[in-house]
Design a protein around this ligand. Structure first.
Ligand SMILES: *Cc1c(COP(=O)(O)O)cnc(C)c1O
Length: 426
């Protein structure tokens, strides 16, 4: 099936007489007739459900659909995007290990990697898009367990150069983990370009309607854990799980099996079946929405780039944008809905722009059907100095606009009337 059809049908095929829509199974537990049947599931969990922290039929529908959309072999839903990232790292890294990550990533992920994981002995070595391959290689040692990046990092709007970094990861046998939240599998499929694990904050485009916080980890099934000394705990028995050897038990899906049976089991950051139901409903229209988010965003930036009160526009779908050539290599069918603009007149003009918008609301959110705006310098990044902002790729006059699926004329009308009202203080 093509991606548009996977959005509609993926993960669920009713049997004779069953509901046509994937049902909401809001049950913690599953009944079995004999102790032998239950015992079998403890040995082979994929043959059925035991307890909804580990798996649930409604959650499975979403997991299966997102795995299909990404072209991976299996997925695990989590309570949030942050939980997905945390579990994705823990599955391969423990105290004494390190990971490599871009610093131009989602602020919450940056905090996790910079401040929280080090408290558990996992160190992050940060790089920027300017770090040379030779300098990255100097950061890699035998304890380096993964390389982390986002397909399209906002609000700096940096597109990930898959060919360059996946070659580096392959050369050293390091797992490449990509957060594809902003890209979405409708526009870019990281496994086709060398990623091994994909992460989503399903809170964003997958849900799309701003109803549920959630996340997913997708296993590409394309990484050889068996013959790689970096990942010894994939080939040695896990005593906490009756001596299972993950590469033997899971085969190509060893990573997601370990994520579920070690870390979802012990940490318990599972998605609720109700959220999985709503998120799955959202994914049914994902392909359609991404088409509209992308075309609306392109029209908005084309209009704003000529506007006298706009200093600059960042959108990787604009042919003269710094990130266009890289993004254009990997994206197809659009460049998503995230736009960053610099308002002439600095910090106060940017704040005024947000003040004067009438319909477009100010939210700490993105990737919603409703357009929304945020001024990072006075909200999400307000603790940072001028220099700190620059190192995150954020200027004081930057306004992040998440373009929704409304009529583009209405979006532009609101933006234009707000820009009109700004008086630039000399
Ligand atoms: C929002 C977001 C996250 C975190 O996800 P939550 O669902 O809010 O926990 C991670 N990565 C990116 C790119 C995001 O936009």
């Amino acid at each position: 099936m093509k991606k548009e059809s996977i959005c509609v049908y993926g993960g669920y095929t009713p049997k004779n007489g069953e509901p046509n829509v994937a049902p909401l199974n809001i049950s913690t537990t599953y009944a079995y007739d004999t102790p032998e049947q239950m015992a079998h599931l403890f040995d082979v969990p994929k043959d059925g459900h035991i307890y909804s922290r580990i798996s649930n039929p409604t959650i499975c529908v979403l997991e299966e659909k997102v795995a299909q959309l990404e072209g991976g072999i299996a997925a695990m839903a989590c309570s949030s995007g942050m939980a997905a990232t945390t579990l994705a790292v823990m599955t391969v890294a423990s105290a004494g290990d390190n990971i490599i990550s871009f610093s131009t990533i989602y602020g919450g992920t940056f905090n996790l990697l910079k401040t929280t994981l080090p408290k558990f002995g996992i160190e992050t070595r940060f790089i920027t898009p300017d770090t040379s391959d030779a300098d990255i290689e100097k950061l890699i040692d035998s304890k380096t367990k993964l390389f982390f990046a986002e397909t399209l990092a906002n609000p700096a709007m940096v597109a990930f150069d898959f060919d360059r970094y996946s070659a580096l990861c392959k050369k050293h046998g390091i797992l490449l983990v990509i957060d594809n939240t902003i890209g979405t599998p409708v526009l870019v499929r990281p496994f086709e370009f060398g990623a091994n694990v994909v992460i989503h904050s399903s809170t964003k485009y997958l849900d799309g309607h701003a109803t549920c916080v959630g996340g997913l980890i997708v296993d590409g099934g394309n990484f050889d854990f068996r013959n790689n000394p970096r990942y010894a705990d994939f080939v040695t028995p896990d005593e906490s799980y009756h001596g299972v050897i993950y590469v033997d038990e899971g085969g190509n899906a060893a990573y997601i099996l370990k994520a579920r049976m070690q870390f979802m089991r012990d940490i318990g950051a599972c998605m609720s079946p109700f959220n999985a139901f709503l998120t799955n409903l959202g994914t049914e229209t994902l392909a359609l929405r991404m088409e509209r988010h992308s075309s609306n965003a392109l029209e908005v930036v084309k209009a704003l780039i000529k506007h006298p009160k706009i200093e600059w526009v960042k959108y990787c779908g604009l042919p003269d944008d710094d990130n266009y050539s890289i993004a254009n290599k990997y994206f197809s069918g659009g460049f998503s809905g995230m736009v960053s603009v610099g308002i002439k007149g600095g910090r106060s003009a940017a704040a005024d722009f947000i003040r004067y918008l009438k319909r477009i609301r100010q939210l700490t959110h993105i990737a919603d059907i409703r357009s929304c705006v945020l001024h990072p310098a006075s909200t999400t990044h307000r603790q940072l100095s001028k220099e700190g902002l620059i190192s995150c790729g954020i200027s004081e006059n930057l306004v992040r606009i998440s373009i929704g699926i409304e009529a583009v004329e209405d979006i532009l009308e609101d933006i234009n009337q707000a820009l009109e009202k700004i008086t630039i203080k000399e």
